[in-house]
Write a protein that binds this ligand. Structure first.
Ligand SMILES: NC(=O)c1ccc[n+]([C@@H]2O[C@H](COP(=O)([O-])OP(=O)(O)OC[C@H]3O[C@@H](n4cnc5c(N)ncnc54)[C@H](O)[C@@H]3O)[C@@H](O)[C@H]2O)c1
Ligand SMILES: [Zn+2]
Length: 349
């Protein structure tokens, strides 16, 4: 088992390993204050697979399982309200615990419910997808979608602990591997040639414990000291400025990872063509394709620009983009609107 300390305030540990669900009881015993009740929040796919196992491991506590329908379409205020009302009906108090068992959708929503229930209670992240293990479960961002946009309401709320049992990945469909791979390749490009190499020869799949740990270390390094998403943390947006636009353009038919994959290629090409970097995108394209990810889109540069300017992170005065300088190293640069338009055009061609 690996243990990584995320030294935010409050600090928490990320435990990564095999068979950790069975040991959840002793993990919870490490918490400073013991809960009476633990509410396991999960979705309709993950619940039938793992909720019973979690309940068995937590036989010392009073447990409640709350299940909602799986999928991003259910990351809504209605589902959130369902979680909050179940918490109230089961008379949970601030000293009890919420355990998010599932992918990023479950983590984001259970985390947000924990952030606002009685003005905040503790929660544990138990990520069961690659994407949530390497990205969503670390950093303390929680959110719910609105019809007007993804993650429109949310809060920063750090988990009390993250417990990643890598055995749960075994039941994931292949597309979910690719989705996680996109974020891991992103981490490789911005921070780690070693991780990039692992993604290139597919050895990342052979030793999930090490792979997740490498990614958590990278995410940790960007979120520490920048918990509220200002400077350094923006580096994690590599591929996302264009990726989010393509995801929205496709009406979310492309998965997040697929859209980010295309976004990374376009952002790398754009930076090169504008003379902001020497990094060629061919190596990136090869790694993405090898991991089953797309690297091209039919969206026009006008369409991408339109969706990109709708994104919540755009400031009128300019757009900050991530420039990959070489594999393992990137920098931030703010482009004025005129240059940003040229950047999108250069990325598309
Ligand atoms: N908070 C953050 O910092 C952050 C970062 C990145 C992404 N996110 C959010 O994460 C979400 C995407 O996360 P995701 O890709 O994990 O999606 P997800 O939670 O919808 O999971 C994908 C699908 O896989 C199923 N599943 C989960 N674990 C499984 C398992 N072990 N075996 C079989 N099926 C399983 C789920 O039921 C779901 O149908 C998005 O809503 C995104 O906004 C948040
Ligand atoms: Zn992402």
């Amino acid at each position: 088992m690996r243990r990584i300390l995320i030294d935010t305030d409050p600090a928490y540990t990320v435990n990564i390993g095999v068979g950790l669900i069975e040991r959840l009881g002793s993990s919870i015993q490490e918490l400073e204050k013991q809960p009476e009740s633990v509410m396991i929040v999960t979705d309709s796919t993950v619940g039938p697979l793992y909720a019973k196992q979690v309940q068995d491991a937590l036989s010392h506590y009073h447990t409640i399982v709350h299940t909602f329908p799986a999928g991003e379409a259910h990351k809504t205020p209605e589902t959130l309200l369902g979680i909050l009302r179940a918490m109230a009906q089961h008379e949970l108090t601030r000293s009890d615990l919420v355990l998010a068992l599932g992918g990023g959708v479950v983590g984001d929503m259970a985390g947000f419910a924990a952030a606002v229930f009685q003005r905040g209670m503790r929660f544990i992240q138990c990520p069961t997808t690659w994407l949530s293990a390497v990205d969503a479960s670390v950093g303390g961002k929680t959110a719910v979608d609105l019809p007007e946009g993804k993650n429109m309401i949310g809060a920063f709320h750090q988990p009390a602990m993250v417990v990643c049992d890598v055995e749960t990945f075994k039941t994931l469909p292949e597309l979910r591997f690719a989705d996680g791979a996109a974020e891991m390749i992103k981490h490789g490009v911005i921070a780690s040639p070693e991780l990039f190499a692992r993604m290139k020869d597919l050895t990342w799949r052979l030793d999930p414990e090490t792979t997740v740990a490498m990614n958590v270390e990278i995410k940790r390094s960007f979120v520490l000291g920048d918990v509220h998403d200002q400077a350094d943390r923006q580096m994690l947006n590599f591929g996302h400025t264009i990726g989010h636009a393509i995801e929205a353009w496709s009406d979310f038919k492309l998965s997040h990872g697929q859209a980010v994959a295309i976004g990374m290629v376009m952002e790398t090409r754009a930076a090169r063509k504008l003379g902001l970097s020497d990094l060629d995108e061919s190596e990136l394209i090869a790694v993405l394709n090898k991991n089953g990810l797309p690297t091209e889109t039919e969206a026009s540069s006008e369409e991408i620009l339109e969706f990109a300017l709708h994104d919540k992170k755009r400031r009128c005065s300019g757009v900050t983009v991530v420039i990959p300088e070489r594999i393992g190293r990137a920098r931030l640069q703010t482009l004025d609107m005129e240059t940003f338009k040229r950047y999108i055009e250069a990325g598309r061609s």
